[in-house]
Ligand binder design. Structure first.
Ligand code: A3P
Length: 324
């Protein structure tokens, strides 16, 4: 039977089962007054959670799948662009039909939790070899659905203060409101409590860190700040990890720098598609590109806020070799 022909009552039963499960989970509210549910150690709203549960039930991994994972506002858009550019480099060296010129990185690398908003999505429309997906769910939740498949998972993480400020800007941009300090303050409180979509931040980062230690062949743990300071080395690391290392000829002909230029914040931000378009969820593409500056949060957080985050980080990441 074709996936699209799943009987309606079967789908309704699946949805009902999912909603029953969600309502049985521990719940709390975030800075916005939105109800979040704790599932496998992290908080999600009911819509995202429905996608996650459908994904865990129905995803059929392929060995060549690649999943780009992150806590929101940690450099997801950049990593998506770099991955697309790496994989496409032999096909589109200098042509103007490069996928990054035709769509925003989020259109090219869809979120699993959004694909699975329906319990049996049509996966045939996802271009293959390899299929590229993304997610904000925690490692243990993703891993459960991938079973023992040798899919590659690339995670990017970023310091918690810049993530918070980036998130504040993004939220204001999508709501089309001025940046209100009161919103930053309530977001800060949610972040510190850990009750934020996909949070706690530390649980999220640590889940992938542990995953990368346990399975370094299939889980790569990248740091936004290192991508900024050492992009050549990090891009080559990513290429090696994905099984498409740069050849000597490519390195000599400037292929690494070409990809970094194409995917630079300045370049992506100025592409027509990113100045004007919208994502499937209705977010303006331009909201994904702001400053990309390491330590920009200093300009917005009070010394007390910084101190509180430093203490949380110190406590939660103690015993790991994660350095902020
Ligand atoms: P700032 O708000 O600090 O500028 P995400 O992609 O996970 O939503 O993260 C968004 C953050 O990544 C924003 O940070 C954005 O400016 C930055 N960003 C987007 N594209 C980038 C790129 N090509 N290079 C570096 N940073 C980028």
């Amino acid at each position: 039977m074709d996936e699209k022909e799943i009987p309606k009552n079967q789908q309704r039963e699946d949805d009902e089962e999912t909603m029953n499960l969600i309502s049985s989970l521990p719940s709390d509210v975030d800075f916005d007054g939105k109800k979040l549910f704790k599932y496998q150690g992290c908080w999600y709203n009911d819509i995202i959670l429905q996608g996650i549960l459908n994904f865990q039930r129905g995803f059929e991994p392929q060995d060549t799948d690649i999943v780009i994972a992150s806590f929101p506002k940690s450099g997801t858009t950049w990593l998506k662009a770099l991955t697309v550019a790496l994989l496409e480099r032999s096909k589109h060296s200098s042509s103007d039909d490069h996928p990054l010129l035709l769509d925003n990185p989020h259109g090219l690398v869809p979120y699993l939790e959004l694909i699975f908003q329906t319990s049996k999505p049509d996966m045939t429309s996802i271009s293959s070899s390899p299929r590229l997906f993304s997610t904000h769910m925690a490692f243990q939740t993703l891993r459960e659905a991938l079973q023992n498949s040798p899919c590659k998972i690339v995670y990017v993480w970023r310091n918690m203060k810049d993530v918070l400020v980036s998130f504040w800007y993004f939220k204001c941009a999508i709501l089309k409101i001025e940046e209100e300090r009161s919103m930053l303050e309530s977001m800060f409180a949610s972040f510190c409590r850990g009750v934020i979509n996909n949070g706690p931040f530390w649980e999220h980062v640590l889940s992938y860190w542990k995953g990368s230690l346990e399975d370094p062949k299939n889980v790569l743990f990248l740091k936004y700040e290192e991508l900024k300071t050492d992009p050549n080395v990090q891009l080559k690391k990513l290429a090696e990890f994905l099984g498409c290392p740069f050849t000597v000829e490519e390195e000599e002909s400037g292929s690494v720098e070409e990809i970094l230029d194409l995917c630079s914040l300045r370049n992506l931000k100025n592409l027509e598609i990113n100045k004007t378009g919208k994502t499937a969820r209705g977010f303006d593409h331009k909201t994904f590109f702001r400053k990309g500056q390491v330590g920009d949060s200093k300009n917005y957080l009070t010394p007390e806020m910084e101190k509180r985050i430093d203490m949380i980080v110190e406590e939660k990441f103690r015993g790991s070799d994660i350095k902020f």
